[in-house]
Design a binder for this molecule. Structure first.
Ligand code: ROI
Length: 161
């Protein structure tokens, strides 16, 4: 059993509902248990500014699935919730599910990079993650506490439960 942290994000088609549906779908995954999830946060878009603000959260999943099987399952959930992959880089999306951390594992192949490439400096990932695991140390040895100290809580708004 591995503890996996998954980043959730949406800025189209009622983002809060997208995240709630995605959490329900995560809770249904085989060989897995959805342990907990963070609050929801509204965040300024990273990337092109001419898109709606995002809603973000992080979920903790305990799973027996292998990373690539989990990735397949997450992409299936994205598609079921109307995700259309567009050519535009960093454009708006109905649902993004990213594997942030997979236990202590480090993975780098054509499909998957874990720890997630961009998580180290993104407030909409680090602050929700810190709700779940404030003492976390990443597989690359970096402490979440240190990453947070270098990552201002800006453009972020925690929604009440
Ligand atoms: N910006 C925010 N605030 N939240 C996201 O989840 C997010 N996801 C992305 C890009 C387009 C990079 N920007 C984002 O993929």
């Amino acid at each position: 059993m591995e503890r996996v942290y998954i980043g959730l994000g949406s800025n189209l088609d009622t983002p809060r509902q997208q995240l709630h549906s995605a959490l329900e779908a995560l809770a249904q995954l085989p060989q897995s248990h959805l342990a907990c999830h963070s609050s929801l946060y509204v965040s300024d878009p990273l990337g092109p500014a001419d898109q709606p603000r995002y809603v973000n959260a992080v979920a903790a999943l305990d799973t027996e699935l292998q990373p690539w099987a989990l990735l397949d399952a997450l992409q299936r959930i994205e598609q079921e919730q109307g995700r259309v992959r567009k050519a535009e880089r960093w454009g708006p999306r109905t649902l993004d599910l990213d594997i942030l951390l997979f236990g202590e594992r480090r993975i780098d192949d054509e499909r998957l990079t874990v720890p997630h490439y961009h998580m180290h400096a993104r407030p909409f990932v680090l602050y929700p993650l810190a709700e779940l695991a404030p003492e976390l140390v990443l597989a690359d040895g970096r402490a979440l506490r240190e990453l947070l100290a270098a990552c201002p809580f800006t453009g972020l708004e925690r929604l009440p439960a």
